[in-house]
Design a protein around this ligand. Structure first.
Ligand SMILES: C=C(O[C@@H]1C=C(C(=O)O)C=C[C@H]1O)C(=O)O
Ligand SMILES: NC(=O)CC[C@H](N)C(=O)O
Length: 778
């Protein structure tokens, strides 16, 4: 089976995903193998077309019969992925028991975590609760390879190596069937051995209890490479003249849940240019602050609304303030699958076609704009949110992960008056660069004739030449003048009478239930949340104009994603002081995500104590485990949209300091694959993993119960922009007041693991709520 180079051709591999949030990370190991990274840069495989030799499929996308007939003939081996639950439960492990029992003598299988447990149960072994769950923890693994002459799963892996575990359950050693042999172990907390790897004594079946694909595991690529060798050794022995297998056929590759190159390049037609993106520098006296300009030129100017994407912390991210009065709003309701589009003059309801989603529809509009727009802005000009800006609520998970929706809610009970996503369209934006103090005006100017059959969703968008000129001259005049003497508007104190949906004792009970779910193996981490609510007095001027509340918030809790999003026509206001980036994608498809996990309150009056808390956070095992679980999940999410080789973690768990809290932050980057639109990438990663826990789908289902079916709405979703030029920047909606009518809500929560101390978790919720409400440490 060696190729001309003398190296073996990489086997064809099926990676089966059990709705886990780590499965696609196996592709990173294959990439490391392909790049020779695991062996001092020496290439030991012929990895030509390796991307056409590996496919990731979800277990529920296949039946046993379709697997046996349509897939099995083409593959050399199977990686059985990790997953929530237990292989004793058919709903969790599904048909792969048959795979192991019926064809395990013909096809090499490598089980990861749940996959290893499934190997054991398929031969009559028992999976039980571990002495203590280990999630996101690094364990020292010992193995037996040294005592064996022939190739083994651990050949060339040092005997004690570090690997990450995400399991609550283990194979009971007493139940280990005679066919299976334990080949690696770690110690549990009381010093007893736990089985960390197994192999079948005769068949080509192997498994590991740890996660070789985790960013913090060592030797992962080496172990997978060893399995590939073992798989080919098996086939070589079974059939000496077996030729190298062909690449996987397109009909299998096209089912992959990982990002793949598009099958055929899309035809390049020359679109007719109907719009122009323009940016003009505006000379100005430096006394014009974003607040002043907002109040003078944006606030109260349009019945549709007013938006201020603020960077209330100039040294943070992003470093621009953007101000605009939206031209129109797009409110999407899951129940009616329609968009309510409003502009200053009218509103209309657009039913979306059954074969499209909110995400594909908005994405298509963005792509259509991009094709029809001449970008005449100078090179290197800052990103500007000309396009869609708004809030995609947490319940939009029902669209991206339909299995997370409660069936009864899908049809009847959704509140149509509260759309799940609300986007404003910005056709003209004023931007302020904090570092240079410069102002710029940008616009989407209509330069060509719109065709008669103009798409319903784009009609009326963009600025006519005349309007653009008038707007520019108003801005120029205003910014050339001295700002008014009258003081800017003043902050109003935030209400103090917020009531939590769950009080301390109920919340602590929910935490305990979350811990029990984790201990039972159903999740690794759950981001449990609750909401605090306050009702403004009917006669309060803040009901119609909550702007003074925002001024207070930006003063007490400035944050990189601070924003004021006020859409009176849609009865929605977001007052955000979010520190967390969900995803930013530039015009060239470079994406970065910055999940936060790990939060401690600062000690504002005691610098030494403040520093101590910062260092304690960086070193805290529990917080690092929480962060790691989300980092691995985010890598997996990005691999749905990005090329395998591009997904990297340039910064792992660095402390960032905000006004009231220290946070542990990681950066994960990637490059969108050809043909993946930015909004599609957002959808594939939605909802943000830092607000769900892992594995994502199972967490969503469990959290719905734990949070008593109370919708999170805007909280836990994302807020940001999708510009017509394809650039976008979205924050996670946390530390954000959401106003509808007279009601203000504030969500807060935190990641629960089996190590959680309920009292401390409740304190963390209060820390986060207090960060917004400006309350001193309690
Ligand atoms: C749930 C919240 O925050 C999330 C949870 C964090 C944590 O567990 O440390 C940190 C940031 C967010 O991802 C919140 O602020 O309400
Ligand atoms: N990561 C996994 O596959 C976990 C397997 C199983 N759900 C456990 O908790 O042990």
């Amino acid at each position: 089976m060696a190729s001309d180079t003398g190296r073996r051709r990489l086997p064809t591999v099926l990676v089966l995903d059990f709705w886990d949030s780590y499965t696609r990370n196996v592709l990173r190991l294959v990439h490391q193998i392909a790049a020779g990274m695991h062996f001092d840069g020496q290439q030991e495989w012929d990895c030509t077309d390796w991307q056409d030799r590996v496919v990731v499929l979800n277990v529920d996308s296949l039946s046993w019969e379709s697997f046996e007939h349509d897939i099995l003939p083409y593959i050399d081996c199977v990686v059985l992925g990790p997953g929530p639950g237990t292989p004793h439960r058919q709903a969790d492990f599904s048909w792969p028991t048959r795979l192991i029992q019926q064809v395990g003598d013909r096809i090499p299988i490598f089980g990861l975590c749940l996959g290893l447990q499934g190997l054991a149960t398929s031969f009559g072994g028992t999976v039980v609760k571990a002495f203590a769950p280990k999630h996101g923890q690094i364990s020292q693994i010992r193995h037996t390879a040294g005592s064996q002459d022939s190739r083994n799963l651990f050949t060339d892996v040092s005997n004690e190596f570090d690997a990450v575990q995400y399991n609550s359950l283990v194979v009971d050693p007493k139940s280990l069937p005679a066919e299976l042999e334990a080949i690696a172990w770690t110690k549990d907390a009381k010093g007893a051995d736990e089985i960390m790897a197994l192999r079948h004594r005769e068949r080509p079946l192997y498994g590991v209890q740890f996660h070789p694909e985790s960013i913090s595991s060592t030797s992962g690529a080496r172990i997978l490479s060893n399995f590939f060798h073992l798989a080919l050794d098996f086939h070589d022995t079974a059939s000496r003249s077996r030729p190298p297998s062909a690449n996987l056929p397109t009909h299998i590759l096209s089912l992959s849940t990982a990002c793949r190159p598009p099958p055929t390049p899309s035809p390049s037609s020359t679109p007719s240019l109907r719009y122009e993106l323009r940016t003009e520098r505006i000379e100005s006296d430096r006394e014009w602050t974003p607040q002043r300009v907002f109040e003078e030129l944006v606030k109260g100017r349009s019945p549709v609304g007013e938006v201020w994407l603020d960077s209330a912390r100039p040294t943070g991210l992003p470093q621009y303030a953007h101000l605009f009065a939206p031209q129109a709003t797009f409110a999407y309701s899951v129940a009616s699958h329609s968009l309510l589009i409003r502009d200053a003059a009218a509103s209309r309801q657009v039913q979306l076609p059954a074969d499209s989603t909110f995400y594909t529809s908005i994405s298509n509009v963005q792509q259509a704009f991009r094709c029809a727009t001449r970008d005449s802005r100078p090179d290197g000009c800052p990103p500007c949110p000309i396009g869609f800006v708004g809030s995609i609520g947490y319940e939009m998970k029902d669209v991206t992960l339909p299995l997370s929706a409660r069936p009864c809610l899908r049809i009847n009970e959704k509140d149509e008056a509260q759309p799940e996503a609300v986007l404003a369209f910005a056709d003209r934006v004023l931007s302020y660069a904090y570092d240079s103090g410069e102002w710029a005006a940008s616009g989407l100017v209509v330069t060509g004739q719109l065709p008669e059959d103009v798409d319903d969703l784009t009609s009326g968008l963009g600025t006519e030449e005349k309007e653009w000129d008038m707007w520019l001259s108003t801005i120029r005049q205003t910014l050339a003048s001295t700002p008014p003497r009258t003081p800017s508007q003043t902050p109003a104190p935030l209400p103090t009478n917020f009531t939590p949906d769950q009080f301390r004792s109920n919340y602590m009970e929910s935490i305990e239930r979350a811990r029990q779910s984790i201990i039972a193996g159903n999740a690794y981490e759950l981001c449990l949340t609750t909401q605090f609510r306050s009702t403004l007095p009917a006669d309060s001027p803040l009901v119609a104009d909550p702007y003074p509340l925002y001024l207070q918030l930006r003063a007490t809790n400035p944050a990189p994603y601070s924003a004021y999003f006020h859409l009176p026509s849609s009865d929605l206001t977001l007052l955000s002081s979010s520190p967390e980036r969900f995803i930013r994608i530039d015009r060239h498809g470079r994406a970065d995500m910055k999940p936060i996990k790990g939060t401690v309150r600062r000690a504002p009056d005691d610098p030494a104590e403040d520093e101590r808390r910062k260092q304690a956070l960086e070193a805290d095992t529990k917080e690092r485990a929480e962060n790691l679980m989300i980092v691995d999940l985010i890598r997996n999410d990005l691999l749905a949209s990005c090329t395998v080789e591009s997904v990297e973690v340039p910064k792992l768990m660095k402390v960032e300091t905000y006004q009231t809290v220290h946070q542990l932050v990681t950066t994960v980057v990637g490059q969108l694959g050809a043909g993946v639109a930015p909004f599609e990438a957002l959808a594939r990663a939605f909802p943000p993993g830092s607000m769900t826990g892992a594995p994502k789908l199972r967490s969503l289902q469990l959290l719905d119960e734990l949070e008593r079916h109370v919708p999170r709405r805007a909280y836990s979703g994302v807020f940001g922009y999708l510009a017509v030029d394809g650039s976008s920047d979205w924050s996670v909606v946390i530390r954000t007041l959401v106003k509808r009518g007279r009601e203000l809500t504030l969500g807060a929560g935190g990641a629960i693991t089996h190590l959680s101390d309920p009292a401390k978790e409740w304190e963390e919720v209060l820390t986060k709520a207090d960060a917004v409400l400006g309350r001193a440490a309690s």
